[in-house]
Design a protein around this ligand. Structure first.
Ligand code: FES
Length: 580
C-alpha cells in the first residue's frame, strides 16, 4: 500500500489548547507550566500522549513506568513533547469477576482520555491480556497516529529442571495435584519459579498473542512482540518507538491507514502460525469493529484453515517466549508466511514501510523453535470455527492445543448450568461421567457470567484424571486462558444467557463434534429443540445498576467481538468545545 505523508509543518490538534494568547490558552498552557515546562515546548511541536497501563495491581505491566522513560527519551530526541497519562489497567490475574468485563470500559475511558486532551499522537504502553485490545480499540476509534509498545514477556521459568510456562504450568500442576502425581508442597514451591521476572506470561498466551497481533497488524515496530521485558533491547525498542511516533504525527500516519482488511488477514494467519490464543478472536473482531472493517468468524476460519502452526511454544509446544526472541521473533514467522504466499506483503506498518520491507531480512536462529513449514507443530493450526444447531453463530476451537483423537467425536453431554454448579459437582465421585462424555458449561458468556470469564477449559473430574486421562471435550460460551490447552470449544454463540441453543442442552443428550467438517451438532430433533427453546427461562442474574448493568444491557455476542453496541465504529478525535 502506498502512503503519502502529509505536509510538515502544519497546525496540530494540540495547538487548540496551547497556541495563542487567549484566556483559555493561557489557562491550558500556564497550568502545564507548573510542572516546569519551558515556553518553547508549546511552539507547535507534536504532543505525544504516552498512555500507560502501568499499575502495581497489574503485575505483568509493573515495569512500564520505567519503560515509559525510554519512550519519552525517544520523543524528546525526535522533537516531540511527551506527556505520560495513566490509563485504566485491567490485570488478568486479579480483576474480578473477570478482566474481560472491563476491556470495553477501559477502551471507553481511554478513548475519552485521548479525545478530551491535547494529544497529537499516542504511544500505547500495554502488556497484560486486556490492556492491548482495550488501547487498540480506543486508538482505532479516535484515529490519531498511534504506536504500540508492549512490555515484553517474562524470562523462562524453570522448576525441577523443567521449563515451566506462566499459566500453562499452573493448569498442569493443578491437575497433577488432583491426579495425585504432585504434592501440594511441590505446587507451592513452583509458584515463584514460574514467574521469576518482570513481564507478561512467557507462553504464547493471550498477552504474547496480542503482542504478536499488534506487530502483525503493523501497529508496532517490527520485532517488538518477543523481546523479553528485562532485555536491554526492550528499552531500545521503547526509545525507537518514541522517536517514530513523532514522525508519524508529522506524516499523519493514522490507525485507519494501517488497520485495513489486508492487515487483519495477515494477523489472523499469523495467529495460526504462532498457535495464538483463542482470545485474539474476540479482541480482533472488536478492534476491526472500531475501524469499520467487516471481519467475521468466517474470515477467521477461511484465513486460518490452511495455516500450519510453526512456532514450537507452550501451551501448544515446548519452548517459551525467551527462546522465540533468540530464534528471531515474529519477523521470522511472518517471513515464512510471506514465502508461502500467505501474507499481504504490501500492508502498511507504523514504520511507514510495508510489512515485507520490515521482515524480508529476518533470519531463523533455531529451526526447532520456529519450524520449517514442511515440519510444523500442527498442520492445521488456524482457529477452527464450528457451526451447527448448537452454535448457529459459531463456536471456536484451537486445533494446536487440542487432542487429535477428539477432533471427531460423539459423546454424552454432562451439563453444568453455571460455574458454581460445576464447582459444586465436579469432584463428586458419584458424578455420572467418564472420558467419552462431553462436558457442557452454560451461562459464562459476555452477558451471563457477566464478562465471559476464562473458565471454558474447566478441569477434568478427578476420577477421570486418576485414570491418566488428560483431555476431554468441553463446550461452553466462556473463553479460555491463552496459556491453557485441551479440546475446548469456546465462545459458543448465541450464548446461553441470550437464549442460544446451548441454554437448553440437557445431561444425557448426545453431541457430535466434527472439526474437519466444522460441525457442532446437538442430536435432538428440530421440533424438540424448538420446544425446549420456547420454554427457556433466563437463569443468570442481571445487575441493577453500575457498570455491570451497562455491560449486560449493551454487550454484543462473542461472534462479533463482545464490544458494547454503542462503541463500535471510529468517532475520530475532533477538538471539542472549550468549557472555560
Ligand atoms: Fe498478565 Fe498473563 S496474566 S500477561
Amino acid at each position: 500500500m502506498t502512503f503519502k505523508p502529509a505536509k510538515w509543518p502544519r497546525k496540530l490538534r494540540s495547538a487548540e489548547w496551547y497556541s495563542g494568547s487567549t484566556k483559555d490558552v493561557i489557562y491550558h498552557r500556564g497550568w502545564m507550566k507548573n510542572q516546569g515546562y519551558p515556553d518553547d515546548l508549546f511552539d507547535g511541536r507534536p504532543v505525544i500522549g504516552i498512555l500507560n497501563t502501568w499499575s502495581d495491581m497489574t503485575p505483568c505491566n509493573g515495569h512500564l513506568r520505567e519503560l515509559a522513560e525510554k519512550v519519552k527519551a525517544g520523543i524528546w530526541e525526535a522533537g516531540g513533547f511527551p506527556l505520560e497519562v495513566p490509563v485504566f489497567s485491567a490485570s488478568e490475574n486479579t480483576f474480578r469477576p473477570t478482566a474481560m468485563m472491563f476491556r470495553n470500559l477501559a477502551a471507553l475511558s481511554i478513548e475519552e482520555q485521548i479525545r478530551g486532551q491535547p494529544m497529537d499522537g499516542c504511544v500505547l504502553m500495554v502488556g497484560c491480556d486486556k490492556t492491548t485490545p482495550s488501547l487498540l480499540m480506543a486508538a482505532a476509534s479516535c484515529d490519531l497516529p498511534s504506536i504500540v509498545v508492549t512490555g515484553g514477556p517474562m524470562l523462562n521459568g524453570w522448576f525441577q529442571g523443567e521449563r515451566v510456562g506462566a499459566g500453562t504450568h499452573l493448569w498442569r500442576f493443578s491437575e497433577a495435584v488432583k491426579a495425585g502425581e504432585m504434592t501440594q508442597e511441590e505446587f507451592l514451591s513452583a509458584e515463584s519459579a514460574v514467574t521469576r521476572s518482570s513481564g507478561t506470561c512467557n507462553t504464547m498466551g493471550t498477552a504474547s498473542s496480542m503482542a504478536s497481533m499488534a506487530e502483525a497488524l503493523g501497529m508496532a515496530l517490527s520485532g517488538n512482540a518477543a523481546i523479553p521485558a528485562v532485555d536491554s533491547r526492550r528499552r531500545v525498542m521503547a526509545q525507537l518507538s518514541g522517536r517514530r511516533i513523532v514522525q508519524m504525527v508529522k506524516d499523519d500516519l493514522k490507525p485507519s491507514d494501517i488497520l485495513t482488511r489486508a492487515a487483519f488477514e495477515n494477523a489472523i494467519r499469523c495467529n495460526g502460525a504462532v498457535g495464538g490464543s483463542t482470545n485474539t478472536v474476540v479482541h480482533m473482531l472488536a478492534i476491526a469493529g472500531r475501524v469499520g472493517i467487516d471481519i467475521t468468524l468466517d474470515d477467521w476460519d477461511r484465513c486460518g484453515r490452511d495455516i500450519a502452526t510453526i512456532l514450537n511454544l507452550q501451551p501448544s509446544g515446548k519452548y517459551l517466549m525467551e527462546e522465540f526472541f533468540y530464534a528471531g521473533g515474529l519477523p521470522v514467522v511472518l517471513k515464512r508466511l510471506a514465502e508461502a504466499g500467505k501474507l499481504h506483503k504490501d500492508a502498511l506498518t507504523v514504520s511507514g514501510e510495508t510489512i515485507w520491507d520490515e521482515i524480508k531480512e529476518a533470519v531463523n536462529g533455531n529451526e526447532d523453535v520456529i519450524r520449517p513449514v514442511d515440519k510444523p507443530l500442527t498442520e492445521k493450526g488456524g482457529i477452527a470455527v464450528l457451526k451447527g444447531n448448537l452454535a448457529p453463530k459459531g463456536a471456536i476451537l484451537k486445533p494446536s492445543a487440542a487432542s487429535p483423537e477428539l477432533m471427531q467425536h460423539r459423546g454424552r453431554a454432562v451439563v453444568f448450568e453455571d460455574i458454581d454448579d460445576y464447582k459444586a459437582r465436579i469432584e463428586d465421585d458419584d458424578l455420572d461421567i467418564d472420558e467419552t462424555c462431553i462436558m457442557v458449561l452454560k451461562n459464562c458468556g459476555p452477558k451471563g457470567y457477566p464478562g465471559m470469564a476464562e473458565v471454558g477449559n474447566m478441569g477434568l473430574p478427578p476420577k477421570v484424571l486418576k485414570k491418566g486421562i488428560t483431555d476431554m471435550i468441553r463446550i461452553s460460551d466462556a473463553r479460555m486462558s491463552g496459556t491453557a490447552y485441551g479440546t475446548v470449544i469456546l465462545h459458543t454463540s448465541p450464548e446461553a444467557a441470550a437464549g442460544g441453543p446451548l441454554a437448553v442442552v440437557q445431561s444425557g443428550d448426545m453431541i457430535e463434534v466434527d472439526v474437519e467438517n466444522r460441525r457442532l451438532h446437538l442430536d435432538i430433533s428440530d421440533a424438540e429443540l424448538a420446544d425446549r427453546l420456547s420454554n427457556w427461562q433466563p437463569r443468570h442474574e442481571t445487575a441493577a445498576s453500575g457498570y455491570a448493568w451497562l455491560h449486560q444491557a449493551h454487550v454484543e455476542g462473542a461472534d462479533t467481538g463482545a464490544d458494547l453496541d454503542f462503541l463500535k465504529g471510529c468517532r475520530g478525535a475532533p477538538v471539542g468545545k472549550d468549557s472555560h
